[in-house]
Ligand binder design. Structure first.
Ligand code: NAD
Length: 300
C-alpha cells in the first residue's frame, strides 16, 4: 500500500487522513498546528516537521489547505522555503483537495506538468460529516492519466469521484456548487425562521420541506436551526464544520469568475453580501449555517 503525505489537518484534513490510515495507507502528516499533527500521530501516522519532510519518501501528496496562496506556496515555494515541486521524487502524484481559485490551480498544474509530475485539483463536497464517514464527493480537474492515478487514494476518503475536465476544472465546478450551497443555506434559514415566527415547529417544518419541492441538501444533511438535527454544527453552537470565512472565500471566487465570464449571478452576489455582514458581526470563524441567526428572532 502506498505512502501518502498529508498536508493540512484542519476540520476536513484530519478526518480524511484518518480514513487513509483506516484503509491501510501509510500517512506522513504535517500541519502548522502541532496539536493537529499530534492528533493524527496518535492514530498511527508519522508526525513530520515540515511539508518537505512529510513528502520525502511518499508516493502521493494530498494537500487540504485554506486558500490558493497556501497551495501555491506549498508546491511552488515562496521567499521562505522551497516548494514541493523542487523537492519531491519523480513520479510522485500530487493531489490538491483545497478549494482555491482556478487560475492558481491551473498555474501550479502547468508547472507540475512541465516538470513531469501528475497534478490533480480535487476539491471536495460533503462537509466534515462526509470527511469523517469517507463519503466525500471529489470534483477533479487534470489530465485523464493523473485523475486515474488519483482514484485509489480518493476512493479511500470518498464515495463519488467526478472528472470535471482539464486543470482547474475541478475548482470551477466546486465554486459553482458552493455558490448554490450558500444560496440554499440562506433560503432555508429564512424559510425556517418565517415558519418559527408563525408558530411552526422547525423540526416538523423541516420534515415537510425536505420531502416537498423545497427539499435540498441543507435540510437533509446540515439543518441550520439548533436542535433540529443531532451532530450538525447548528446543534453544537455552530462550532467545527465549514467556517463563514471559508464560505466567503468561495463566494468571492464565484463572483470573480462571474465577472470574468460576464455571467449573471444576482443570488450569489446577495448571498455574498449577507455572509460579509455576518462575518462583520464577529461570526467569521463559526460554521456557515450560523447565518440562520441573521433571520432568527431567538438568539442562540
Ligand atoms: P481549516 O482552517 O479547518 O484547516 C486548514 C488547515 O491547514 C489548518 O489546520 C491550518 O493550520 C493548515 N495550514 C495552513 N497553512 C498551512 C501550511 N502552509 N502547511 C501546513 N498546514 C497549513 O479548514 P477546513 O475546513 O479543513 O478546509 C480546508 C479546505 O477545504 C478549504 O479550502 C475549504 O474551503 C475546503 N472545504 C471545507 C469544507 C468544510 O466543510 N469545512 C467542505 C468542503 C471544502
Amino acid at each position: 500500500m502506498s505512502t501518502v503525505a498529508f498536508i493540512g489537518l484542519g476540520n476536513m484534513g484530519l478526518p480524511m487522513a484518518v480514513n487513509l490510515l483506516h484503509k491501510g495507507f501509510k500517512v506522513r502528516a504535517f500541519d502548522l498546528v502541532s496539536e493537529a499533527v499530534a492528533a493524527i500521530a496518535g492514530k498511527g501516522a508519522t508526525a513530520c516537521h515540515s511539508a518537505i519532510d512529510a513528502a520525502t519518501g511518499a508516493d502521493v501528496v494530498v494537500s487540504m489547505l485554506p486558500a490558493g496562496k497556501h497551495t501555491r506556496a506549498l508546491y511552488l515555494g515562496d521567499n521562505d522555503s522551497k516548494g514541493l515541486l523542487q523537492t519531491v521524487a519523480e513520479a510522485t502524484l500530487l493531489i490538491d483537495c483545497s478549494t482555491i481559485d482556478a487560475a492558481t490551480a491551473k498555474e501550479v498544474s502547468l508547472v507540475a506538468e512541465n516538470k513531469g509530475f501528475d497534478f490533480v485539483d480535487a476539491p471536495v463536497s460533503g462537509g466534515t460529516a462526509g470527511a469523517t464517514a469517507a463519503t466525500l464527493t471529489f470534483i477533479c480537474g487534470g489530465n485523464v492519466t493523473a485523475v486515474a492515478r488519483a482514484k485509489p487514494v480518493l476512493s479511500a476518503m470518498g464515495s463519488n469521484i467526478f472528472h470535471a475536465g482539464g486543470p482547474g476544472s475541478g475548482q470551477l465546478a466546486k465554486i459553482c456548487n458552493n455558490m448554490l450551497l450558500a444560496v440554499l443555506m440562506v433560503g432555508t434559514s429564512e424559510a425556517l425562521s418565517m415558519g418559527i415566527d408563525n408558530g411552526l415547529d422547525p423540526k416538523v417544518l423541516s420534515d415537510i420541506m425536505k420531502l416537498s419541492s423545497g427539499g435540498n441538501w441543507t435540510l437533509e444533511k446540515y439543518n441550520p436551526c439548533p436542535g433540529v438535527m443531532p451532530d450538525v454544527p447548528a446543534s453544537k453552537g455552530y462550532q467545527g464544520g465549514f467556517m463563514v470565512e471559508l464560505m466567503l472565500k468561495d463566494l468571492g471566487l464565484s463572483q470573480e469568475t462571474a465577472l470574468k465570464s460576464l455571467s449573471s449571478t444576482p443570488m450569489g452576489a446577495l448571498a455574498r453580501a449577507l455572509f460579509v455582514s455576518h462575518a462583520r458581526n464577529g461570526n467569521g470563524r463559526r460554521d456557515f449555517s450560523s447565518i440562520f441567526e441573521q433571520f432568527s428572532k431567538q438568539k442562540t
